[in-house]
Design a protein around this ligand. Structure first.
Ligand SMILES: Nc1nc2c(ncn2[C@@H]2O[C@H](COP(=O)(O)OP(=O)(O)OP(=O)(O)O)[C@@H](O)[C@H]2O)c(=O)[nH]1
Ligand SMILES: [Mg+2]
Length: 431
């Protein structure tokens, strides 16, 4: 994203695309009011509205034909989410209306926002720091009620450490500058200089080491259903979802592709995946489906190996949970038993899955570092290590200042285009 595009007027849907009672589309930029005025009937109200004012009007197309009756909310720069003029269109939640409104806005000079562009502008206009941005990202990504409440602690862990490290580097820099201003030697003569540098490097290393893999923070947990054909994987999948999503039949090999659906399970956002029954298939398509399902199951956070009365002896791999289905048929009552048909044992199964997820979730207490953040930390460590090897005080000062600048960029004082692009590309279009 180039700097020049920052002056475009942009729009994006703020609510999920689909059919719903209401939807909100946001238009943001220096020409937001002018463009919106061309699309609505009561355009004069736009020009007199104060920040936060809303009014009822109609959106029309270029021929003056009615698209939808809407409520428009006006936010005026600089007192808006991102510091720009923002117009919110609260419409009826129809993808067709959204499409037509989007076309109108494009016609009059706006363009669809890129990922995270609203927040990027908030950042550029001094409305949000990297910490606030990350807080927004984490809220959007939260995979459980628990992870939502952990956000402040996790952010504090990262940014408090960074602030402390920054303070230490600045204190070191102040000592070096004092020697340059008042000292007599060109060589470093600061008490405990090397130890101070070593402590900062140590803290940076620690910050790096405690970061968790970003994959863990993907926003949900995946649960895969696996097992031989006909044990009732698809039936269990449908029962967990509480609607009929996957085809069920008494013919072995019914599921050929994998089927995914999201569900909230005991407070966790979970993606459940139904897979093709495992067998030596002669059919090429079924073989491919089994291969896909196996790969998915290998990457899932929790794997449920389903059995039925004929396959009760199935053990499953070490990290799999064996779920004995069709307990209504043989009265099996040991370990984790369910009946997808009568829903017996379903609450217990849900709790059991949630327990496994909470173990993963509680291990995921840390913050994550983006690649560019990790690179910046590495560079700061190198600069500091270099500074403690130099003897010339002016070179030492330069290295320490450069390291301070690097850490400052992580705190939002002077951030590079690269890291911005990385942060914002991770956000959804409407944010
Ligand atoms: N009695 C009883 N029948 C069940 C239960 N769960 C599934 N079935 C039946 O078992 C048969 C197979 O069910 P599916 O859900 O299609 O099995 P699957 O494991 O997905 O099979 P594939 O897709 O072929 O791998 C169907 O006739 C279901 O009605 C259960 O809990 N009790
Ligand atoms: Mg199936």
């Amino acid at each position: 994203m180039s700097i020049s595009t920052l002056h475009d007027t942009i729009y994006a849907l703020s609510t999920p695309l689909g059919t719903s009672a209401l939807a909100t589309l946001r238009l943001s930029g220096s020409d937001a009011i002018g463009i919106a005025a061309k699309c609505i009937e009561s355009s004069e109200k736009l020009f007199t509205a104060l920040g936060g004012d809303s009014f009822y009007t109609n959106v029309c197309d270029a021929n003056g034909d009615h698209i939808d009756d809407v409520v428009v909310t006006v936010w005026r720069a600089p007192r808006s989410y991102n510091g720009e003029d923002i117009i919110e269109f609260h419409t009826h939640g129809s993808p067709v209306i959204m499409d037509m409104l989007g076309n109108q806005l494009t016609l009059y000079g706006a363009r669809l926002a890129e990922h995270g562009e609203f927040s990027r502008r908030a950042f550029m206009n001094g409305k949000q720091s990297p910490e606030e941005l990350e807080r927004t990202l984490m809220r959007l990504d939260a995979s459980s009620e628990e992870s939502l409440t952990k956000i402040e602690r996790v952010l504090g862990e990262k940014f408090d450490r960074l602030r402390n490290i920054y303070d230490d580097i600045i204190s070191l820099l102040a000592q070096v500058n004092a020697q340059i201003d008042f000292g007599e030697s060109d060589h470093v003569e600061i008490t405990g200089f090397e130890i101070q540098v070593a402590i900062i490097i140590d803290n940076l290393e620690n910050l790096r080491a405690k970061a968790v893999n970003e994959q863990i923070n993907k926003g949900y947990y995946s649960v895969a259903l696996t097992g031989v054909p006909n044990v009732g994987k698809s039936s269990l999948f449908n029962t967990l979802l509480r609607y009929e999503r996957s085809i069920v039949s008494e013919i072995p090999g019914t599921t050929r592709d994998y089927v995914e659906a999201f569900v909230m399970l005991e407070g966790f956002k979970v993606k459940i995946i139904d897979t093709a029954g495992l067998r030596d298939a002669s059919d090429m398509i079924e073989t491919k489906g089994i291969e896909l399902g196996t790969n998915i199951a290998e990457r899932a956070d929790v794997v449920l190996r389903v059995t039925d009365p004929e396959t009760r002896a199935t053990k499953g791999f070490a990290d799999e949970i064996v779920v004995h289905n069709k307990c209504d048929v043989d009265g099996f009552r040991s370990g984790v038993f369910v009946s997808a048909q009568t829903a017996e044992g379903l609450p217990e199964l849900s709790k059991y899955i949630a327990l496994q997820i909470s173990l993963i979730d509680s291990a995921n207490t840390g913050y994550s570092l983006s690649k560019s953040e990790a690179r910046i930390i590495d560079e700061s460590m190198q600069l500091l290590a270099q500074s403690s090897k130099s003897t010339e005080i002016s070179i030492v000062a330069e290295d320490i200042r450069a390291a301070a600048d690097q850490i400052a960029s992580l705190l939002g004082f002077n951030i590079s285009e690269d890291s911005l692009n990385y942060i914002f590309s991770k956000m959804c279009i409407g944010k």
